[in-house]
Design a protein around this ligand. Structure first.
Ligand code: 16G
Ligand code: MG
Length: 599
């Protein structure tokens, strides 16, 4: 667990920050005032002393919202697993309002809150926004409900809705508020960021605009500042140097080791990850050679990126792939990572989040054993984890495994229950979290000269590993360096890594239905409780397939029901997925084309 210090607020307006603040009362939209020097928040955010002043402020905020960022349609929008996500043009009022909400949350928590503008792996015309809570974690569930309420308020009800939120949560305007804003590379992101900034300022919040950053970088910055910099410096320099120094120290002077070679190909999804990896190379020097493809000249996520590679199980476009070459793919906001290669027969082989999780958990377990510290390691997965991976974790790694519903917040929170919690979704999103006690234990063992040299050495490696890992959230670039560290330490090439276990062939399908919320699930989404009868139908279909497993769940990011199936052969996994998809279509009011057998 990361240490959070509420005294950190004195550090709010750090030297490198681009700070945007203003306090306005006029009905016309104010222009932004840029202050590049340190600002005392208490001078800017004078307390709102009377009810009348508060009403005046909220009314002005409503006017700006109505004039510049009005809600233009009655369409309902919901804060889902990864915040709000839809067509960019439907998001302007949402961004303005999320700016306001982030400032309120900051006032309530007396800590920095993050606003990240991204639609991750979605197509370029989409966009989205999610709020980052003080420890760098996803927004608390009860505030997701508040966010949905504010986003859907009628233009004329904005003031009363804000007022209600303040009252119900005991927030006083004028309490210091600071929001960190970051955005991905989408063309719509600068405008949406401006809407958020205007929203924050309309209720007297201060803003640090980090410009184009990856989602995990923003989480890192928020955590650094809120831990009074105990977690690192809240800027790119701090991020790059913390991770790269630890990585270089672990690598030592032998860049290759056994079958491990220090070069790989990276698909940057034409997104922010490509930009940041390029910048990272300056810090990494020549201890690892990363050749970046889809580095930003093409369309974001188009025929490339981690989601494309994982779902279609094929390489990205524009990337030459030779037999045995280790390759990896990031998603559009660089919080997902998958690896892949061509085997000696030229077959495409995917190493997804499950393979990353097992590799990393195995290595950490080994180091814990060698250092002699008494810490438990747990691994958290979702229903999407390949059955072979779960079997391998139970039978070979001997690590406790937990299954939770889809969505980073569920995995992250469950992982915090272990001394060392490794969590990964099969789609490549994941990280490792160390409890404060575990960090302390490792630090002490690394410095304990009374211990045998091998134990100290293992503890030192663990200690450095903690700095390679971005513990705040899944971070594709930090995860890539983590994987490279483990492969280097084991002396493994990609094929040796892949040989740990063989994935069961699997297939994912989407079914369009009239209302996806008619699908209700339980047992970490592994069983469907509604509509009645669907689960027993799934059970009878699954029973026909050797090693068959299938589940259905409503998507949190798209208006579809998702179907997952695995079986002993690809043809059977396809057939199983198709039969289950047909049942969903039949029993859950399918619309549009009847699902067809995957090709
Ligand atoms: C979001 C989630 C991701 C999840 C995916 C599922 C976060 C930050 N991201 O991208 O964890 O795997 O949604 O999408 O929580 P789905 O509900 O459409 O299948
Ligand atoms: Mg993403």
């Amino acid at each position: 667990m990361l240490i959070f210090s509420s005294s950190s607020f004195s550090y709010l307006c750090g030297k490198r920050a681009i700070i945007l603040c203003s306090r306005f009362r006029s009905p016309s939209p104010p222009s932004l005032v840029l202050h590049s020097h340190n600002i005392s928040l208490s001078r800017i955010n004078r307390a709102v002393n009377s009810g009348a002043e508060m009403a005046d402020l909220l009314n002005t905020s409503q006017q700006l919202g109505t004039e510049k960022y009005p809600r233009k349609s009655e369409k309902w929008i919901q804060y889902g697993t990864a915040g709000f996500r839809t067509k960019a043009e439907e998001l302007t009022h949402v961004l303005y309002r999320m700016g306001i909400l982030a400032a309120f949350r900051s006032m309530q928590k007396n800590a920095i809150i993050g606003v990240m503008i991204t639609a991750s792996h979605n197509d370029e015309p989409d966009n989205g926004v999610k709020l980052v809570d003080p420890h760098g974690e996803m927004l608390e569930a009860s505030w997701e409900v508040i966010a949905t309420k504010l986003a859907n308020a009628k233009n004329e009800d904005l003031e009363s809705t804000m007022s209600q939120i303040l009252e119900e949560n005991g927030i006083t305007i004028g309490t210091n508020a600071m929001v960190y804003v970051g955005r991905d590379t989408r063309p719509s992101s600068p405008f949406l960021a401006q809407a958020a900034i205007d929203g924050i300022k309309s209720v007297q919040g201060c803003v640090t605009d980090f410009g184009v950053v990856s989602t995990p970088q923003l989480h890192f910055f928020v955590t650094c500042q809120n831990t009074n910099k105990a977690y690192g410096e809240p800027n790119e320099e701090g991020y790059f140097s913390k991770i790269s120094s630890a990585f270089k120290a672990l690598r030592g002077s032998n860049y290759d080791n056994g079958s491990y070679q220090h070069s790989l190909s990276l698909d940057g999804a034409n997104g922010v990850g490509a930009l940041k990896m390029k910048a990272f190379q300056e810090y990494l020097g020549n201890c690892i050679e990363v050749t970046i493809y889809n580095s930003g000249d093409g369309k974001l996520n188009y025929q490339c990126g981690a989601d494309h590679v994982k779902v279609l199980q094929k390489p990205p476009q524009n990337m030459p792939l030779e037999v045995g070459t280790r390759a990896a793919s990031l998603d559009g906001d660089a919080d997902r990572l998958v690896y892949f290669y061509l085997d000696t027969q030229g077959n495409f082989k995917l190493l997804d989040g499950d393979k990353i999780a097992t590799l990393v958990a195995g290595y950490i377990k080994k180091l814990i054993k060698e250092s002699g510290v008494n810490l438990n390691v747990g691994l958290v997965q979702t229903a999407y984890a390949n059955g072979s991976s779960t079997e391998y974790i139970n039978n070979t790694l001997g690590v406790e495994v937990a299954c939770v519903p889809t969505g980073v917040k569920y995995l992250h929170h469950r992982a915090l229950e272990f001394d060392v919690g490794v969590y990964f979704e099969a789609n490549g999103h994941g990280t490792v979290v160390f409890s404060s006690a575990a960090m302390e234990t490792i630090k002490n063992a690394a410095a304990d000269e009374s211990l045998p040299a091998e134990r100290i050495a293992a503890a030192k490696q663990l200690f450095l590993l903690m700095d390679v890992i971005n513990q705040t959230v899944g971070d594709a670039i930090s995860d890539l360096l983590l994987v490279e560290t483990v492969l280097h330490a084991f002396g493994w090439g990609v094929a040796e890594w892949d040989a740990a276990y063989t994935d069961l062939p699997n297939r994912q399908m989407k079914v369009s239905v009239a209302d996806r919320n008619v699908i209700q699930t339980a047992d970490a989404e592994r069983r469907c409780t509604d509509p009645p009868g669907l689960q027993s139908e799934i059970d009878s279909i699954v029973a026909k397939f050797n090693k068959g497993r299938s589940f259905v769940r409503p998507s949190g990011t798209e208006d579809v029901v998702r179907v997952y199936a695995e079986a002993d052969s690809q043809a059977n996994a396809d057939k199983l997925a198709h039969e289950v998809a047909l049942k969903v279509y039949e029993l859950a009011n399918g619309v549009g084309n009847v699902p067809s057998l995957p090709k």
